[in-house]
Design a protein around this ligand. Structure first.
Ligand code: SF4
Length: 379
């Protein structure tokens, strides 16, 4: 499962494009797409490809010669629609050159630029129209004897995007590249992309993904990587911060502490799941699946590992203590850090939880609710 993103620099500006390619790779992109829209861009690719940290895909529109030039520049794949190249002999020339180079071609159908005849036939860029377009495009390549194909059928409308890929997956065996096109800026663009891409990935559809955000492409790469990590489709190499939404029981500003902790832990680059919880009454128990966490008490922070409180620190030291313990946990492992726990910490946390509960009252009204349920049940 690969994350793709695309540079926004002028390809002819080799240094700027390489710098952005490195930034994308560092953020989690496995493949970077770069436009090849003129001869200067193709020449830029010739310098970029050998120095890039990840495979480079050339984005081609109408000019078959630029496809050939990109292959000459050494790209690892092409994204083009043969229908745009039009002449059969030109399509064949590109297919043969890609075949000789051993690189794939992605057919990229997009609702916004659907073939006019198909648009007239279907009346709108509906899923069936996108799939018909994709099948037509791959037929051009297959007729040229080329089958190393990837396909995308992107739509800006999430339900239409999902339906297009579902239909396509029933019809072809080729790998699919997923994306919601023109998703827009975050947070809307992120939500649309996650809704469409995650739905399909969880159905087993999709091989490469791209978030098409109106934002710095590094955000696309980060989002793609994190989505795969959260879905369990990629080993987590970065922080997974879980935090309670806060409520009337919170003893600290959870949003501020979570933001501070996230920044400090991300700077450490620790691949760990961390919980920031607003109160010690419910925090350690609710977040017991997290590897490590901190829950606020009155003026204190209760550090816990796998739900067990191991240290109590001053509130002002909460984030520093969390980062310090996270570092040790990654180095020494859970067992060693539990063995090094402050034996009085768990009792202190328990005392504080009872004290807070008596001060705040039983906010969950557990006793009254249990009694009401028992009454309805006839006990
Ligand atoms: S951990 Fe505490 S503060 Fe956070 S939501 Fe749960 S009860 Fe509220």
């Amino acid at each position: 499962m690969s994350v793709q993103s695309m540079t926004t620099t002028k390809t002819a500006d080799v240094d700027a494009t390489l710098a952005q390619t490195y930034a994308l790779a560092a953020a989690g992109a496995d493949i970077v797409r770069i436009t090849c829209n003129d001869v200067a861009a193709a020449q830029g690719l010739a310098e970029i490809v050998p120095r890039a940290p990840v495979p480079i895909i050339a984005d081609i529109h109408f000019q078959y010669r630029l496809a050939l030039a990109s292959i000459e520049a050494g790209v690892a794949g092409l994204r083009l629609n043969p229908g745009n190249i039009r002449k059969e002999k030109h399509i064949k020339a590109v297919a043969h050159a890609a075949g000789d180079a051993g690189i794939p071609i992605r057919v990229g159908v997009n609702a916004g630029s659907l073939d006019k005849d198909l648009l007239a036939k279907y009346g709108a860029p509906v899923p069936a129209a996108l799939v018909a377009s994709a099948l037509q495009e791959i037929r051009y390549l297959e007729e040229a004897g080329f089958a190393d194909i990837k396909i995308s059928v992107k739509h800006s409308d999430v339900p239409s995007m999902v339906e297009s890929y579902r239909l396509l997956a029933q019809k072809v065996e080729y790998p699919l590249h997923l994306g919601v096109t023109e998703a827009g800026p975050p947070p809307g663009g992120l939500i649309k992309s996650v809704a469409g891409i995650a739905t399909l990935l969880l159905e087993g559809i999709g091989d490469t993904i791209r978030f098409s955000l109106t934002a710095d492409p590094v955000e696309e790469a980060v989002a793609g990587r994190k989505l795969l990590e959260y879905l369990g489709l990629r080993e987590r190499k970065s922080l997974d911060l879980i935090a309670c939404p806060s409520c009337g029981r919170a003893e600290v500003d959870v949003i501020a502490v979570a933001s501070e902790a996230e920044a400090a832990l991300e700077a450490e680059g620790l691949p760990i799941q961390v919980a920031v919880m607003g109160c010690v009454v419910n925090g350690p128990g609710e977040a017991r699946e997290a590897e490590i966490g901190i829950a606020a008490g009155r003026g204190k922070g209760h550090l816990f590992i796998k739900g067990q409180v191991v240290r109590v620190v001053k509130e002002a030291e909460m984030v520093d203590a969390l980062v310090d313990e996270a570092r040790r946990l990654v180095e020494e492992g859970v067992e060693a850090r539990l063995a090094a726990a402050d034996v009085s910490a768990a009792d202190l946390a328990q005392e504080e939880a009872l004290e807070l509960r008596s001060l705040q009252g039983d906010a969950n009204r557990a006793t009254a609710r249990r009694a009401a349920v028992a009454e309805v049940a006839g006990e």
